[in-house]
Ligand binder design. Sequence first.
Ligand code: ATR
Length: 280
Amino acid sequence: MKKFYGIVGHPVIHSFSPAMHNAAFKTEGIDAEYKIFDIAPDSPESLANFCYEVDLNHIAGFSVTMPYKQAIMTYMDHYDPLAKLVGSVNTVKIEAHEDHGAPLLLGYNTDATGALAALNEKIPLSPGVKVLVLGAGGAARAIVYGLKECEANVHVFNRTMDKAEALADEFEVESIDYRLITKEAHFDIIINATSVGSTPLPKESILQTHQIDKDTVVMDLVTNPVDTQLLKEAKKAGARTIDGARMLLHQAAGQFEIWFGKPAPLKAMEEALYAKMKQF
Ligand code: ATR
């Protein structure tokens, strides 16, 4: 019987995930369809209902995005240790329960591995590599965790300093004052994990050209738009850049691998992602 997958979030109407996953299913000959499950935040019980009714609706797995990456954890029967450490779930796999038939919901997080894979395309993550992470929300948390695993020398900046300090303490990294983000401080990698530069304020940039060294690789996780003002500032500084589409692709590939236990057809997913992005 045909199985369903999809993305749970709000708003998700413009998500690129259906294009990537449906292309992967087609390439691999998998009889499944990936849909959009838009759940309005003013009715929290619908998230619960959605989780309780997965079996009924033939749902075999789903992606989770804002604002439910933390809230969904309540409904998981098991978490992957990485999801627990990161504190959020972006991937759920449904498994049949042998004893009483009610399915098990297994929670995973592919944001950290997705970000590292995107970085690895441009720069080797060798121990001691000096990285500045901007932000202290869910995305920043996943990335700081992943970077620590690579023994990177991580510094965290956040508008709300307390949050940066708490994150830095938890993962035993440094927190940093905005005034210390200079070209001279030289970071090998700078990652924007804040929402600064996203629609409806696409002209904003969390850093300016004069703060960025030409030997830095600047990655922005913002995907609306993909060519952000921060990446424009970085290019003006002569730095190399990685846009949010690369992480989007690799975190989706990680989801496919969790659901089907085999490598994702990356090329097909990439083509579908870029074709979809052209429509916007
Ligand atoms: P996500 O799960 O995508 O990381 P989040 O948890 O809401 O989303 O985190 C958003 C991040 O963007 C936070 O680090 C937030 O900073 P605060 O903790 O100070 O709120 C950051 N952010 C959002 N708007 C910002 C702005 N205008 N200037 C600087 N940082 C901003």
